[in-house]
Write a protein that binds this ligand. Structure first.
Ligand SMILES: NC(=O)C1=CN([C@@H]2O[C@H](COP(=O)(O)OP(=O)(O)OC[C@H]3O[C@@H](n4cnc5c(N)ncnc54)[C@H](O)[C@@H]3O)[C@@H](O)[C@H]2O)C=CC1
Ligand SMILES: NCC(=O)COP(=O)(O)O
Length: 350
């Protein structure tokens, strides 16, 4: 479904930020009510939660959060009073959280519906950005979705062909060339073309969404020592280096492929704006060592703004009261920043 244009929204007041509740069985409801009870976010935006009334009501009472649910049907009805939790109720699950329910296709579908609704609202300009709470990929699969996660689902729903996953923090930003696939499939999935696409997406979004005028990038190799001149693999010489060279020839400030064990240290020390990584854990391990608490997941290349927590559903601590809401707070703040600073409004994305 191609949806090439973003509707213009009036940003003279506070941006309206849609926040999906995520998997009801995970820590999504808890971090949501904790994040909203601080009043910090309501000073920056009008948050509108897309989720389930009973589940949120249970979270409010279990975690002793003094917010009142304000049920709305249109994001414009969002109350600016920080004492209210604005809710667009999309499901009515009637779960007994004290019985530790398991994932079902009904819960999985509700989780997916929050995302679909949020994307529709963002595409039509009724919200200025979408922030997503954590979901389980298995739950999405049980609901019949063919997508691995939000990133692929939202790209599809917005008709976006070229997109990328960025994990962003103040110290380090990483962007992934391949995302959710077996490690053994990674080498065959790397092409000069897709690496160059990710480099371009990164540069474009750093300029248009992060307000970075002249982005500097570093690119990681795939193999130990970036292949050591072909001794430990040929992907650097045959695929990655030609992509970096092509980007340099197009005038981009970019270096690589660099040895994966030192590229992150180099990037932080020299102030690179992002490191382009060849696979999921190559980027996420160093990123989460630094930004586990406050990292934000951002999808690049979309016609809408989508940020997310950097963590998952954390079933091991769900509904126990010890989940940390910092990543969600940072995801909302980044969504507000992007809504205010984006320079690509009304421009078609690929
Ligand atoms: N944005 C999203 O929707 C994401 C979803 N996932 C999904 O979540 C599920 C679980 O993934 P895992 O690999 O176990 O990662 P996870 O992030 O859910 O948990 C890893 C460890 O970190 C802890 N943790 C995570 N977030 C925390 C928080 N806010 N406060 C305190 N401790 C926290 C957990 O208790 C656990 O010990 C999987 O289905 C995965 O696909 C994973 C990452 C992001
Ligand atoms: N490791 C990041 C992750 O799994 C998040 O995926 P998505 O749901 O944002 O696509």
């Amino acid at each position: 479904m191609p949806v090439p244009f973003v509707k213009k929204t009036d940003l003279s007041g506070k941006p309206i930020i849609g926040i999906t509740m995520g998997d009801p069985l995970g820590i999504g409801p808890e971090i949501l009510v904790k994040a909203l009870c601080e009043n910090e976010l309501q000073a920056l935006c009008i948050p509108v939660v897309i989720g389930d009334q009973d589940v949120l009501h249970t979270a409010l009472s279990k975690f002793l959060i003094p917010l009142r649910i304000h049920k709305i049907h249109d994001p414009k009805q969002g109350n600016e009073d920080p004492g209210y939790l604005n809710l667009l109720a999309v499901s009515s699950l009637k779960l007994n959280m004290s019985m530790q329910p398991s994932m079902t296709s009904v819960i999985g579908k509700a989780m997916a519906d929050y995302i679909h609704t949020g994307v529709d609202l963002a595409l039509s300009g009724q919200i200025d950005a979408l922030v997503t709470g954590p979901i389980t990929k298995t739950g999405l699969k049980m609901a019949g979705s063919r997508f691995h996660g939000h990133t692929e689902l939202i790209a599809h729903q917005t008709g976006t062909r070229k997109f990328a996953m960025m994990l962003a923090g103040k110290t380090l930003k990483v962007v992934l060339v391949t995302i959710h696939m077996p490690l053994a499939s990674v080498p065959d999935s790397l092409t000069q073309e897709n690496i160059l696409d990710i480099i371009h997406l990164t540069c474009t979004d750093l300029k248009t969404r992060f307000n970075i005028k002249a982005p500097r990038l570093a690119v990681a190799g795939l193999n130990p020592h970036a292949g050591e001149a072909g001794l430990f693999g040929h992907e650097e010489q045959q695929i990655i280096a030609p992509a970096v060279k092509a980007a340099q020839n197009q005038g981009l400030d970019i270096q690589g492929p660099m040895p994966p064990d030192t590229v992150f240290n180099y990037a932080i020390k020299t102030g690179c704006d992002a490191v382009v990584c060849m696979y999921h854990d190559q980027g996420l391990i160093p990123f989460k060592l630094i930004h586990f608490k406050d990292g934000v997941n951002v999808t690049l290349g979309l016609p809408i703004i989508r940020t997310s927590v950097d963590h998952g559903t954390a079933y091991d601590i769900a509904w126990k009261g010890c989940a940390d809401p910092t990543s969600l707070v940072e995801a909302v703040k980044m969504a507000v920043f992007q809504a205010r600073h984006r320079t690509d409004r009304n421009l078609p994305h690929d």
